[in-house]
Write a protein that binds this ligand. Structure first.
Ligand SMILES: Nc1ncnc2c1ncn2[C@@H]1O[C@H](COP(=O)(O)OP(=O)(O)OP(=O)(O)O)[C@@H](O)[C@H]1O
Ligand SMILES: [Zn+2]
Length: 734
């Protein structure tokens, strides 16, 4: 028998199994959770050892080429949770691990250095201190009479590196590597005046929420259901501070667009410990470092977007999910995990409290709070002196519109600006106009890669009419100078996107800045912050898409105008009402967040629409009651469990055959099957798309059926002729 057991390795390949290898030739034992480099066909891959097993007689195995780590990279709770996730998503473990690990580590590169350094006065420094001249170097020297780590210096002594240079040149300080048990000065005083947000004392509702979270023991899920501007962040901050005081780590998830430098600075200033941010703006090595710092326990507070849910938390004390309803928590390709749901699973495994916060909780989460699975905490009022905004539905039927804006709206904007306020104009369509139409023959511009004869996909007009762009596949081309069908010169952009509204507002309100915020103008987090900084507190207008709806706090914003939501009122998707309601409440919630009252103008051609009425009269909860009742009657989530099997190929046959095969495999399991049917968007980027919806009122029944069928599906010949994916708990059905 071989002296060592064989290694069962998870590899990032689309096959739902582990791969067996002999230990490496150097015969060093490789533990579970360590990375290895292995031969795989003609390639070499980096994988993770998942199990040891005994060699079966007569099986010829290749050897691992090399072990890559001295200690397991993944172990304990995180490895177990990821194995559970792979099972839940019916996805190959190797691909799940590849999604969870930072790219640098996934590629098998060596672990980056994460040692922390600190500075303190040396002997000469202590001698020189009393006689130093007052100034920045002396101030820093006083602070360095004890060892201080570089992170705390960043927080406590902004700009310290310049002063340090002086001290170094004079030979007064030394740099010391800080081990986990090195004693450093009590680094962190409460935040200093200049970088702290004004400290607030919690109001009674906030205090009750804080008390409930602090009293929690072990796994305890909370829904912090607080209206916009109610001060949810203050509740998070106090819960995190208590977690830090217990010596534990806190993980905070935020939507991609919410992680502005401003938001981070607020956390840093209030918590008084380094806050480690994980977001798309970091490079691979920075991401890997934060991940490893979390693994070593050095990182005490990690604030990040979706994929931060995968950081190791050996000393976990609390998980917070801000804006838990946000769509960006769901990954839309590859391994389609939901960060909120995985965070809940981890909180249970880690036995820590988890706080889901939102002014517009997802119906799943509300349902969980109503059935007692989560503890509901309510903040019914805005914090401080702020009042809820006044919402007015404005009937624009038969009214003249200027780039979609009514005369009443334009007057309201003028008055708000004259009163020194800021205005937000929300339109959920970027570009200049959604359609380019020939006024003479009716031709309109369609995407050649995303259209079918039955279902054409219009191309959006950009660059003031000069360019066409498909928002589904990215296809771009110059706008034709004349109609390709009838040669008429009467081509007209139809409808209004943010670009056109911006242009209209710039001409009408030339005296104030008009700033457009959408994916084209502010795709980058820092760009968004830059726009807010440019505007400052002066009167001005922001025009933008849903990027503007999320968690921003602009104290001087007094008027919100909502334009062109009508198309959203009639969508067929069972989640569309929920999404629209959330969007409207969140956008409206930007108005009047400080001492000036806010107004919201909702322009519509359907002033009697049930959704608008219930939202305006009853608010989000009234809407949610009604929508939950509808979902229960129709057997939709959260009253049933769904999975969506998608398949696409250049031609229609292979996806259909694949899904028929899947249906045949699922049929004996007694769950509901709907399809195969063309996807709501039947063609995209040249691929014909079909889908099969699988559902059951019982989660267990659904998963038993999927587990049995998917294992077989991977091996069917039909699977090789399509691109397919399984989406468990899909958010979008297209
Ligand atoms: N107890 C308090 N007293 C006075 N002001 C407060 C208090 N708590 C929070 N605030 C202030 O109220 C404003 C809104 O708080 P915050 O941004 O946390 O709201 P929120 O609940 O997250 O809202 P949204 O869901 O709209 O993002 C902030 O400017 C915050 O500093
Ligand atoms: Zn397209």
């Amino acid at each position: 028998m071989h002296p060592f057991p064989i290694l069962r390795v998870a590899l990032p390949v689309p096959l739902p199994r582990l791969f067996d290898y002999l230990p490496p030739a150097d015969a060093k034992p490789v533990a579970v959770g360590q990375r290895v480099r292995v031969p795989f066909g003609p390639r070499e891959l980096c994988g993770l050892v998942i199990e040891h097993a005994q060699v079966e007689p007569g099986v010829a195995l290749k050897s691992v080429l090399a072990g890559l780590d001295d200690a397991p990279l993944l172990h304990g709770e995180l490895l177990a949770s990821l194995r559970w996730l792979a099972g839940y998503l019916h996805a190959p473990l190797g691909e799940v691990l590849a999604t969870a690990l930072p790219a640098l580590l996934r590629r098998g590169e060596p672990l980056p250095e994460i040692a922390q350094y600190g500075w303190c006065l040396n002997e000469a420094g202590h001698m020189a201190l009393p006689s130093m001249r007052a100034g920045k170097p002396k101030a820093l020297a006083q602070w360095l009479d004890q060892l201080r780590d570089e992170d705390s210096l960043d927080v406590e002594q902004p700009g310290w590196r310049a002063a340090l240079r002086t001290l170094r040149e004079r030979g007064l300080v030394e740099r010391i590597e800080i081990a986990a048990d090195t004693e450093t000065g009590p680094g962190l005083r409460p935040a200093t005046e200049k970088n702290a947000s004004p400290s607030v004392s919690p109001n009674p509702e906030q205090q009750a929420a804080i008390d409930a979270i602090l009293a929690a023991q072990g796994f305890a899920p909370f829904l912090l259901d607080g209206v916009t501007g109610s001060g949810k962040t203050e509740v998070y901050l106090q819960a995190i501070a208590a977690c830090l005081a217990r010596g534990q780590q806190a993980l905070v998830l935020v939507p991609e667009i919410g992680l502005t430098p401003q938001a981070l600075a607020r956390f840093r200033a209030r918590l008084g410990v380094p806050v480690h941010a994980l977001h798309s703006g970091l490079n691979d090595s920075e991401r890997a470092k934060v991940w490893l710092q979390a693994a070593s326990g050095q990182a005490r507070v990690i604030v990040g977007t979706r994929s931060a849910v995968f950081v190791p938390l050996p000393q976990a004390g609390l998980i917070v999910i801000d804006e838990e309803h946000d769509g960006s928590y769901k990954q839309f390709d590859g391994i389609r995990y939901h960060a909120r749901d995985f965070a809940l699973l981890r909180a249970r495994a880690l036995a820590v409290p988890i706080v889901l916060g939102s002014a517009t909780p997802s119906l799943e989460t509300l349902h969980n709070a109503r059935t007692g699975k989560f503890t509901g905490l309510r903040l019914r009022q805005r914090a401080g002196a702020a009042q809820p905004p006044q919402v007015r539905v404005q009937d624009v039927r038969k009214r003249p519109l200027h780039a979609g804006l009514s005369d009443d709206t334009l007057h309201a904007i003028r008055s708000a600006l004259d009163a020194g306020g800021q205005v937000l104009v929300f339109r959920n369509r970027r570009g200049y106009a959604p359609v380019l139409l020939c006024h003479d023959c009716g031709w309109s511009a369609h995407c050649p890669r995303c259209s079918t004869p039955e279902k054409p996909t219009p191309m959006t007009v950009h660059a003031h009419g000069k360019r066409l762009q498909c928002h589904h596949c990215g296809h771009r081309k110059p706008a034709p100078p004349a109609c390709p069908d009838c040669a008429s010169l009467g081509l007209q952009p139809q409808g209004n996107g943010t670009e056109r509204i911006e242009a209209e507002l710039q001409t009408r309100f030339a005296d104030v800045p008009v700033i457009r915020i959408d994916r084209a103008s502010s795709g980058h987090r820092d760009a968004l912050q830059h726009h807010f900084d440019t505007l400052g507190a002066q009167p001005g207008i922001l025009v933008g898409t849903q990027m503007l709806a999320k968690g921003h706090d602009l104290p001087n914003l007094t008027l919100v105008v909502v334009v062109g939501i009508d198309e959203g009122l009639f969508s067929a998707d069972f989640r569309s009402s929920e999404k629209l309601a959330q969007l409207l409440i969140q956008v409206a919630g930007r108005a009047g967040r400080a001492d000036k009252p806010g107004t919201v103008l909702l322009q519509t051609h359907h002033p009697d629409h049930a959704l608008l009425n219930i939202l305006v009269r009853g608010g989000y909860h009234a809407f949610a009651d009604e929508d939950l009742a509808l979902r229960e009657a129709a057997g939709f989530p959260p009253f049933a469990y769904l999975a969506l099997l998608r398949a696409e190929a250049k031609h229609a046959e292979p996806p259909l055959q694949f899904l028929q095969q899947a249906k045949a495999l699922l049929l004996p399991h007694g769950i509901q099957l709907h399809g195969p049917l063309p996807a709501p968007m039947p063609r995209r980027a040249g691929f014909v798309r079909h889908q099969l919806i699988v559902s059951s009122p019982h989660r267990r029944a659904l998963h038993a059926a999927l587990a049995a069928a998917v294992a077989v599906l991977y091996a069917t010949p039909q699977a090789r002729r399509v691109r397919w994916s399984l989406d468990v708990d899909p958010v979008d059905l297209y």
